[in-house]
Design a protein around this ligand. Structure first.
Ligand SMILES: Cc1cc2nc3c(=O)[nH]c(=O)nc-3n(C[C@H](O)[C@H](O)[C@H](O)COP(=O)(O)O)c2cc1C
Length: 290
């Protein structure tokens, strides 16, 4: 296992509750001990944006989240807003990393000024004073000068400001919610130092949800497009700098063609009997090909 064994995860009342839930899932899979904090507003946002209805009391919430994520007993610990005796409230017991995701501008401001009016604010304050790792995932649009100043202040103190703004390098053709969460989740876990397999899984899910070349060409509506090893050929064509993938293959190449190539090769090989049948015209209809 890389990175800290114990992590504080705080969810506050900004839009993007799924980011917090997804991260919780990943941390549980990674067998981390998660110290979970959630504000009242975050519970409201969670109920608005997902079908997850958390019980209000910390103990019941802990039980619920343990079952929801399939965590081991005691792996997730939930604390209340004023649970000042909890480990996250003191420098000696607090985990060495804390993520606030999503982070409302209200909590952002409270952390930047050291308000400590809730356990979330206190836990962040502890992480900062102890020079540990604090990752803030703010969400608001647009940002005012106040928000930007607060972010700068925290960044200057060593916190990582990691806005939930996924890149679109993979030329998405539609909005895939899981992929957006994976992108932001991968950025967070890269920083808290996770197991390489999990990062690879997340990255692969990005690649695949951006469209494996084989899957793309299967769906191609282009007469005369190749059928045999079509995905592999599309990736290869793209890597050679080919300019007309849609005209030749009926589909755009994936953004990460080099990464996709081995997977397309595998999938194309599995689909070879089917592709040969299409080539030989044995009664299978496809959009592309002959
Ligand atoms: C459905 C909903 C969505 C919200 N979205 C945001 C948001 O994206 N960013 C933000 O800063 N505040 C947002 N708010 C407002 C915060 O929840 C509010 O300022 C609250 O006081 C934050 O409290 P907390 O920081 O203790 O969670 C939203 C509120 C609701 C009910």
């Amino acid at each position: 296992m890389m990175g800290p064994k114990r992590i504080t995860l705080a969810m506050t009342g900004a839009s993007g509750a799924q980011y917090g839930l997804r991260l919780l899932d990943c941390l549980v899979q990674e067998e981390r001990e998660v110290h979970f904090l959630i504000s009242k507003a975050a519970q409201l946002v969670l109920a608005t944006e997902t079908d997850v209805l958390l019980p209000p009391k910390p103990q019941a919430m802990q039980q619920f989240l343990t079952e929801y994520t399939g965590a081991a007993a005691g792996q997730i610990r939930v604390y209340g807003k004023e649970d000042w005796m909890s480990s996250v409230a003191s420098g000696s017991g607090a985990p060495s990393a804390m993520v606030v995701v999503p982070c409302s501008t209200g909590t952002l401001s409270a952390i930047a000024t050291g308000a400590c009016n809730s356990l979330i604010e206190r836990a962040a304050d502890v992480v900062l004073k102890e020079r540990r790792q604090l990752i803030i995932v703010p969400r608001e649009a647009p940002y005012s000068s106040i928000h930007l100043e607060n972010m700068l202040k925290l960044s200057n103190m060593g916190a990582v400001i990691l806005p939930a703004s996924p890149g679109f390098y993979h030329q998405p053709q539609s909005i895939d919610f899981r992929k957006i969460c994976c992108r932001v989740g991968a950025s967070i876990i890269k920083r808290v130092g996770m197991n390489k397999t999990l990062i690879a899984t997340l990255l692969l899910s990005i690649v695949f949800s951006s469209g494996c070349a084989s899957v793309r060409t299967l769906d191609a509506a282009q007469a005369g497009a190749p059928v045999i090893y079509s995905g592999t050929r599309l990736d290869w064509y793209s890597l050679q700098g080919g300019c007309y993938p849609v005209e030749r293959f009926g589909a755009q190449a994936p953004k990460y063609a080099a990464l996709d190539l081995p997977f397309s090769l595998l999938l194309d090989t599995l689909l070879l009997p089917w592709a040969l049948a299409v080539e030989l015209g044995v009664g299978l209809t496809v959009q592309g090909g002959r």
